[in-house]
Design a protein around this ligand. Structure first.
Ligand SMILES: Cc1cc2nc3c(=O)[nH]c(=O)nc-3n(C[C@H](O)[C@H](O)[C@H](O)COP(=O)(O)OP(=O)(O)OC[C@H]3O[C@@H](n4cnc5c(N)ncnc54)[C@H](O)[C@@H]3O)c2cc1C
Length: 543
């Protein structure tokens, strides 16, 4: 539906806004919702528009928010954490994505951020998960969601994955509560409305958004658009080919019935339209090595928010940073295994977060890896299946423990059948079985010798596979001023009236991701942009 706004003459009709507000927010996911709440609470009039009916990837997500430094939920679980420990660990993950001051601020504000969310209806709970997992079951809502335990010598580890309380993937609850808070504050939400171009005045200040909207289309077209989009959302995530097919009529309705709509923004526009994991051209251009992963996003993650900014002169950053997840757990017994490449060499500490494993596989081992386990580990993993998995993890774990592995009575036989160098594997296993300390840093408690045949090799390679996909997200976006969230030009100056947040912007997680860091950044950056724009609007009223 994206297209260029027709002519300069069209841009000049700024007096003829169809709708006008102080702040216009493009994209109604977690970042957009947080921006809307802050702007409205600062006293601004706010319009939020969304190509579909809102929610985006946020509503489909696991609802895990990375927070620490002593949150109420950590205290409830009896966990000790400090801002310093959180910062020391995140410094290792965050790299150069944001400045040291911004990271410090993020950590210092973290306990209050969780309180801010709970005050707006988002439920969390301090029920600590006893095992290392990629996502806890419905009994637990606080867990180690990164690689904290692997860096215990650098930063005191603490569980910081705060999963929104709700059954299944609870991003749905997170978004519903934020959306209710947005509506309670009198914000106007315009669904089925795509931003197609930013409108700037002669000084280059962004003053509005040109949109294509189904608002005035026949009722049946709006209903069909909404229902067909809802039907295609989940397949789009888990079986992208089917999802794309189902999404075609949605796009066709937009092309046929969407009409121009001009939305004026007296004090600012916030771009919070998600990332670009579903734009193949941008992926090929910026991250060609990341083929074979499963794009984790909605049709809205087509890079349109980022392009709106770049067409207005914005700089971008970290567009080459993709997070690819290769989770080995649950079941947690698989952490006793050894992840090796085609030469039989270890890839990394197997207990690290799935994104760190995926990154090591892609950048250093051509995306290929196998997990070696022995009879005892296999038996333990099978026993853990029911207790440690939710439905979407169970079918994947079952696949890994059955069709996804090859087994042999000898190590060399298993290696040959998998296509791995037997000598390399034998050397690796011998060194590992000699016991701790592990040169790659695996916690001693997870190390146990692999000596009991038959040996199994589970194929963990990153390639398109329905049963064991490797989900991926884009992390980079528009460059922003880290104090205000204003979008920056390539010369570093701010574009007046333009802000960005969430996965349309560079943020805390733009260098590397651990579970919860994207949503935490959406809340952090969304609030920052909404507050800056909102305060500006309030100040202009007082003048
Ligand atoms: C299955 C899944 C599980 C995940 N689990 C987690 C997790 O537990 N923790 C975590 O931190 N991260 C998780 N992530 C990642 C995280 O959900 C996203 O990175 C985050 O939600 C992005 O939020 P956002 O507000 O930037 O964008 P979104 O939530 O995607 O919202 C963007 C909105 O913009 C709209 N839009 C797009 N283009 C336009 C346009 N041109 N005009 C108008 N509207 C437009 C879209 O329709 C969409 O509603 C997960 C992602 C997925 C898909």
């Amino acid at each position: 539906m994206e297209r260029d706004w027709d002519t300069q003459a069209d841009r000049d009709i700024q007096a003829d806004w169809d709708i006008q507000a102080d702040i216009v927010i493009v994209g109604f996911g977690a970042a957009g919702a947080c921006a809307a709440i802050e702007a409205a609470e600062a006293g601004a009039s706010v319009v939020v528009l969304d190509r579909f009916d809102g929610g985006g990837a946020s509503a489909l997500s696991g609802g895990v928010v990375y927070a620490g430094g002593g949150t109420a939920q950590q205290a409830e679980a009896g966990v000790t954490d400090t801002v310093d420990a959180m910062e020391a660990y995140l410094r290792l993950e965050v790299g150069d994505a944001v400045s040291a001051e911004t990271l410090r601020r993020f950590c210092e504000q973290s306990p209050a951020m969780l309180t801010w969310l709970t005050d707006r209806g988002v439920p969390f709970e301090g029920s600590l998960c006893p095992v290392k997992t990629s996502y806890p079951t419905n009994r637990h809502y606080l867990y180690y969601s990164g690689s904290e335990l692997s860096f215990a010598d650098v930063a005191a580890p603490a569980p910081r994955g705060h999963r929104t309380k709700g059954t299944g993937t609870s991003g749905r609850v997170l978004f519903q509560r934020l959306a209710a808070a947005v509506r309670d504050r009198g914000v106007t939400v315009l669904p089925q409305t795509s931003a197609t171009e930013l409108i700037a005045d002669n000084d280059g200040t962004v003053v509005g958004v040109a949109c294509a909207s189904l608002r005035d289309s026949p009722g049946w077209a709006r209903t069909a658009h909404r229902l067909l989009h809802r039907m295609s959302r989940k397949p789009y995530l888990y079986a992208p080919k089917i999802g794309r097919l189902l999404h075609r009529p949605v796009a066709a309705l937009e092309r046929r019935y969407a009409r121009p709509l001009l939305v004026g923004a007296a004090r600012g526009v916030v771009l919070s339209a998600g990332g670009f994991v579903n734009d193949r051209r941008m992926l090929r251009e910026h991250a060609p090595a990341y083929r074979g992963g499963l794009p984790l996003g909605t049709p809205g993650d087509d890079g349109s928010g980022i392009r709106l900014g770049t067409r207005a002169g914005a700089a971008t950053g970290h567009l080459d940073r993709i997070t690819v997840w290769r989770f080995l757990t649950p079941p947690s017994a698989l952490l006793h295994g050894l992840l090796v490449d085609a030469d039989g060499r270890r890839i990394c500490d197997e207990s690290r977060y799935g994104a760190a494993i995926g990154e090591a596989m892609i950048t250093e081992h051509g995306g290929r890896a196998w997990l070696l386990i022995d009879r005892d580990v296999l038996a333990l993993a099978r026993r853990q299946l029911a207790a440690e998995t939710l439905w979407f993890q169970r079918w994947q774990a079952r696949y890994l423990l059955t069709f996804g592995r090859i087994a042999d009575a000898t190590l060399a036989g298993a290696a040959r059948r998998a296509g791995i160098d037997p000598d390399g594997l034998a050397t690796t296993v011998k060194e590992y079985n000699a016991g701790p300390p592990d040169p790659l840093g695996k916690p001693t408690g997870l190390m146990r010798p692999l000596t009991r045949p038959p040996y199994s090799l589970i194929d963990c390679s990153i390639r398109p596979r329905l049963a064991y996909p490797a989900p991926m997200l884009t992390l980079g976006g528009l460059a922003v001023d880290e104090t205000t969230g204003q979008v920056r030009r390539t010369d570093g100056t701010a574009i007046p009236g333009l802000y960005a947040a969430g996965r349309s912007a560079v943020g805390i997680c733009s260098s590397s991701y651990i579970s919860g860091l994207s949503l935490a950044d959406c809340v952090f950056s969304g609030r920052r942009a909404g507050l800056s724009a909102g305060l500006d609007a309030a100040a202009s009223r007082e003048v």
